[in-house]
Write a protein that binds this ligand. Structure first.
Ligand code: MG
Length: 160
């Protein structure tokens, strides 16, 4: 059995009046992340961790932010495509673990809905998806609510 680990990291700027997509769902908020796609950092770090684990470059390599096809795209579609690529290479997902770094709003009430949504997109059990949230104690760009960051590790395996 071949077991591989990958990690992902992503940052997006926050701006007033933007829809706040995170973990595949929309969070009620009067600001939100800015990006070429819907700027869902949880979907983006999941893509990068899974691609990294499979040694398949990164999200920007497959879905360029210069490509008009991905303008405003629902990042769940990108994540589903990454899962298709990773599975096509013979891998299955063991588990993923995401940490979102955001000063406000509080994310804990929304995490169950994110897990349910992502379990559907990724076709894995909710129990294999961990999503955690932390603040940055009012320090730095996250602490000033100028941006949102996320980290992810993913474990995948293949019978060789
Ligand atoms: Mg991103």
């Amino acid at each position: 059995m071949k077991i591989r680990v990958g990690q992902g990291y992503d940052v997006h700027r926050l701006e007033a009046g933007r829809p706040f997509w995170l973990g595949g769902i929309q969070i009620p908020c009067d600001f939100g992340p800015v990006g070429h796609s819907d700027a869902d950092v949880v979907c983006h770090v999941l893509c990068d961790a899974l691609l990294g684990a499979a040694n398949m470059r990164n999200i920007g390599y497959h879905f360029s932010d210069k490509d008009p096809r991905w303008k405003g795209v629902d990042s769940k579609l990108l994540l589903a495509e990454v899962l298709r690529m990773v599975r096509e290479a013979g891998y299955e997902i063991s588990n993923v673990d995401v940490t979102v770094v955001l000063q406000e709003p509080k994310l804990n009430p929304h995490i169950p809905a994110m897990k349910t949504c992502l379990a559907g997109v990724m076709a894995i059990p909710e129990e294999d998806i961990s999503i955690k949230a932390t603040t940055s104690e009012h320090i730095g760009f996250v602490g000033r609510s100028e941006g949102i960051a996320a980290h992810c590790v993913a474990l995948i395996f293949r019978q060789d």
